[in-house]
Design a binder for this molecule. Structure first.
Ligand code: ADQ
Length: 462
């Protein structure tokens, strides 16, 4: 077996139990299974340049190799092109793009820096797997430096249609760089279709099945929906967490149900719309007041980007307004927590909640949806209410699917979920758990590696 070298913008701390962020969770699961090297930024910003050699640390079967960035890199590459241009655009939010020409220079420069660092650790038989929108030009940078190993890429976020892609500065260059990979993986068939439209209509290449022919080479472009370690998550949920159990018991005595939302505090996750929908539920169905609460846990993220400061303020104002309007001396309708929760507590909270409320405005996949399903018991499962704009909705068809822009639709669906008979809940849960088991973390790793190492790919029936 070849050594696997993974590259992503950040390297997660594999020794910690609190991981907020889908890439850290997904890649962490994959590497724990197979071992290998994980290279990325260490989160430090320096005033000066450092030599390219990364700092090496071994954690079990994984070697972590980290590099610092300069303050300028951080501003132009990370906050700038990656998170103020590509992130909003790839999530169809043209209104939130904030572009300066330095950003693109920084994006190219830092991709070159990642290539230099990677070359110092690469061995001839390695296979390289690069992750996400920060590093789209990395294969191209590596090839320019003579790297001949197979290189794959997985995009964790959506790939937008050509009309939206056209708003990315130098989009032709960006997509041409993407085609320097040997394998390009997407979360959904919609994303894959968007790439196909772009390469056929804008670049004039043909995609036959899942292969794009470019001069004398072939690139595989496929759909590899990311999965989770279902049994591990279910076990965590079953083991429980003492504080969560006590709280659940208290609610049971009072006959109260809980709706749960867990997200990075990102404008793509539809949090204000979610809170408004919950407010609408209490308005439309007064009989539910005092009988249901929404627990929303939102973890801080990218706090230096203006749009993120705004969303936090909006959310605090909205939860305050709903509580001000509906709360009683012994009932708080919205319990809003700004922070990160350890994974075992999260799993227990999912199991203890009657509804998982996952309503992004646009999302590559959304692992929370899969985690919520994995945490349920088949004896008395909760109900997943899922936005049709989450990649996960392509697979999880037995969830209650909602339009996150329509609060009345969401409120009515919540009411349906809260009152759903046990038999229907069990049927839906069984179908959903079968789906997430079939395409779990191991399936994701193995199918991608099969394409990367063996040039084999059969389209997944998403
Ligand atoms: P994210 O946008 O980070 O990931 P998601 O897939 O939901 O979104 O993953 C978040 C992860 O962080 C989950 O494992 C969740 O449990 C955890 N998490 C979130 N908030 C937390 C909190 N407050 N406390 C503790 N843990 C928390 C990106 C893409 C997604 C894609 C993933 C993986 O945007 O669409 O599914 O990568 O490919």
């Amino acid at each position: 077996m070849n050594r696997l070298v993974i590259v992503s913008n950040r390297v997660a701390d594999l020794s910690s139990s609190a991981q907020a962020g889908g890439l850290a969770v997904g890649v962490g699961d994959a590497l724990r299974q197979r071992g290998g090297v994980w290279l990325g930024w260490d989160g430090q910003t320096l005033k000066y340049e450092e030599p390219p050699e990364p700092r090496i640390r071994k954690i079990g079967p994984v070697t972590q190799a980290t590099i610092p960035l300069t303050q300028q890199d951080y501003e132009e590459f990370y906050l700038g092109f990656s998170n103020s241009v590509l992130w909003p655009l790839f999530h169809y939010r043209l209104d939130l793009v904030d572009y300066k020409s330095d950003f693109l220079d920084g994006y190219r420069r830092v991709n070159g820096k990642f290539a230099d660092a990677l070359l110092t650790v690469l061995q001839p038989d390695d296979v390289i797997w690069i992750h996400d929108y920060h590093l789209i030009p990395l294969a191209s940078e590596l090839r320019q430096r003579g790297c001949t190993q197979r290189i794959g890429f997985f995009l964790h976020i959506p790939f937008p249609p050509p009309e939206i892609m056209a708003a990315v500065p130098k989009h032709r260059w960006l997509v041409e760089s993407l085609l320097d990979f040997d394998v390009i993986g997407f979360q959904t068939n919609t994303d894959l279709g968007n790439l196909q439209h772009y390469v056929e209509d804008q670049l004039g290449y043909q995609m036959n099945g899942n292969r794009i022919k470019i001069d004398d080479r072939e690139v595989i472009a496929g759909c590899f929906p990311i999965g989770i370690d279902v049994d591990a998550f279910n076990q965590m949920a079953q083991q429980g967490n003492e504080e969560v159990q006590i709280e659940m018991h208290r609610r049971r005595v009072l006959g109260r149900q809980q709706i749960i939302g867990v997200d990075r505090l990102d404008y793509t996750k539809g949090l204000p719309d979610r809170l408004r929908a919950f407010g609408r539920l209490l308005e439309l169905f007064p009989e539910l007041r005092k009988n249901v609460a929404l627990m929303q846990i939102a973890t801080p993220t990218r706090e230096e980007v203006e749009a993120y400061v705004e969303i936090r303020k909006e959310l605090e104002a909205l939860s305050g307004a709903i509580n001000g309007r509906f709360a009683d001396f012994n009932w708080t309708p919205v319990r809003y927590m700004y922070g990160t929760v350890p994974r075992d507590a999260l799993a227990a909270l999912f199991r203890a909640s009657q509804v998982g409320f996952v309503t992004p405005l646009r999302d590559g996949m959304n692992l929370v949806a899969k985690e919520y399903v994995a945490a349920q018991s088949i004896d008395n499962p909760g109900v997943l209410v899922l936005s049709k704009f989450a990649g996960a909705a392509e697979e999880l068809r037995e969830a209650l699917i909602v339009n996150p822009y329509d609060s009345d639709d969401m409120a009515r669906t919540l009411c349906h979920a809260l009152t759903m008979p046990l038999g229907e809940r069990q049927e839906r849960q069984q179908a959903l758990i079968d789906r997430i088991r079939k395409k779990d973390a191991r399936w994701w790793l193995n199918t991608f590696m099969d394409a990367l190492e063996n040039n084999q790919y059969t389209p997944a029936n998403c």
